[in-house]
Design a protein around this ligand. Structure first.
Ligand code: SAM
Length: 330
């Protein structure tokens, strides 16, 4: 069983191995011993669960979850941490540490990771698949959103430690500055709540920002209501590239070769939607209706909306960059 990681424990472990925390990889380790326990309790980690942990670091949370009998797949990018995490779970055949980047690129999960989960779910006859992690902050949003929209491997529960600003984005509603594409997708597909606020002092080294433990509980009924989740996701993301532009202009620009502004106006009017509304004013229900109507529109024949600018990568950026990208104000 891994040692309970305190700041002193980590300092001497790192010194002995000649390593130092890497800020570029979001290496802020949880050193408040109660929080790993609270995360495991909130996630109700138990035998029969397949748990994906992105960023096990030294493996403290990994070993704790493995000790509860869950099958744990821990994906770590940093070789030094892979070594430590592997040692931490040496006594647990039900835990596996994979050295990999959790993301293939900024918008796609690493297929090797998905395959490892798929095979664990099949062989463990899993009761449920969960994401439980103290996530590296710079990739938290794409990991959560890509898993949430995944057609086959959407977890039944996610309990994750993330930057407070990203947590607020996940929970935000229309009218709030934090509201964005990820807020819409999260509320359209899941129930999201902040289980606990975390000050910088519970981590070593201390991050400059506050954090939170967030619970994302995907909801089958909401998912069924959305229908084509990939289409919905793509529409929401494209529209939020121009969050302050009138939706009539956004929609015309997305399919500029398919319809004129006048035709878009008539189409919106036929659906009782005011063309002057901005994407940032629409709630998840309205986006769901809009996406379905766009999909059914013969002129568009479900053709992918035009990509514009940096937007395709918007979900991969950190919270600050995300805000800028979504805030083009045109
Ligand atoms: N789980 C540990 C804890 O709770 O103390 C460490 C969490 S630390 C916030 C994030 C971990 O994610 C680091 O160990 C870092 O090396 C790893 N990491 C960063 N980017 C990653 C990526 N793209 N894929 C997999 N692991 C990554």
């Amino acid at each position: 069983m891994a040692a309970r990681q305190t700041q002193n424990y980590l300092r001497s472990l790192f010194e002995a191995r000649g390593i130092a925390p890497r800020r570029s990889l979001g290496q802020n380790f949880l050193v408040d011993l109660n929080i790993h326990d609270a995360i495991v309790k909130t996630a109700e980690v138990a035998q029969g669960d397949v748990i994906l942990e992105i960023g096990p670091g030294t493996g403290a949370l990994t070993a704790l979850m493995a000790s509860r009998g869950a099958t744990v797949i821990a994906v770590e990018i940093d070789r030094a941490m892979v070594q430590l995490a592997t040692e931490a779970v040496a006594d647990y055949p039900n835990a596996r540490v994979i050295e990999a980047d959790a993301l293939k690129n900024k918008n796609t999960l690493n297929p090797e990771v998905l395959e490892a989960v798929r095979s664990a779910v099949a062989t463990a006859h899993a009761r449920s698949f969960k994401l439980v992690a103290n996530l590296p902050y710079q990739v938290a949003t794409p990991i959560i959103s890509n898993l949430l929209v995944h057609p086959e491997l959407c977890p039944s529960l996610m309990v994750v430690t993330i930057q407070r600003e990203v947590a607020d984005r996940l929970c935000a509603g229309p009218g709030s500055r934090a509201y964005g594409a990820v807020s819409v997708v999260a509320s359209a597909l899941a129930e999201v709540s902040i289980a606990r606020a975390l000050p910088p002092s519970v981590f070593w080294p201390r991050p400059k920002v506050d954090s939170a433990v967030v619970v994302v509980r995907p909801d089958a009924a909401r998912r069924a209501r959305i229908g084509d989740v990939a289409w919905f996701h793509s529409i929401v993301r494209r529209m939020f590239l121009h969050r302050r532009k009138a939706i009539r202009l956004v929609l015309q620009g997305m399919w500029s070769d398919r319809w004129t502004k006048r035709e878009v106006d008539a189409w919106l009017e036929g659906r009782g939607l005011a063309g002057q509304l901005r994407p940032e004013a629409l709630d998840a229900e309205e986006f769901a209706d809009l996406a379905q109507a766009l999909k059914a529109e013969p002129r568009l024949a479900a053709s992918a909306p035009a990509e514009s600018g940096a937007g395709a990568l918007v979900e991969a950026e950190d919270a600050g960059a995300l805000l800028e990208a979504e805030d083009d104000g045109d």
